[in-house]
Design a protein. Sequence first.
Length: 143
Amino acid sequence: MRSKATFLGRSSRAESRSQGCHRCRAGVDKATYGELDQIGWNFDNANLTTHSVGQKEPNALGFYDMIGNVNEWCQDWYEGDYYKSCEGGVVDPSGPAQSELGARVRRGGGWVGYANLCRASSRNAHAPGNPSNNIGCRFARTP
């Protein structure tokens, strides 16, 4: 994944893990913004496939599939304990400068994951160049 791209003539990049988590929660301070079966696809209800966006209920900001369906690949490099070191007032941490695993963060859970992995703060590692049918990406405009 390139760090920046041009999309419809505008500069954009993948969201940070923190941005995705905040947008997903939409002001709700819980692991999910509703009942999982109503808001996201997971191993128990997806019939082992990805689904078209918008078939489940959106969050308070109107975004669909913020939890489940496909994992969201993020801008941040993955380092297992990085976010523990950011507790105590750090807002929107940008992630480590590199990853010992050579992997980026994927967040939110997907249809191959069990319900306990489908939550706003769920994160794991995924290496660039490793194909997967359960990872997607959301883009953020850059100034």
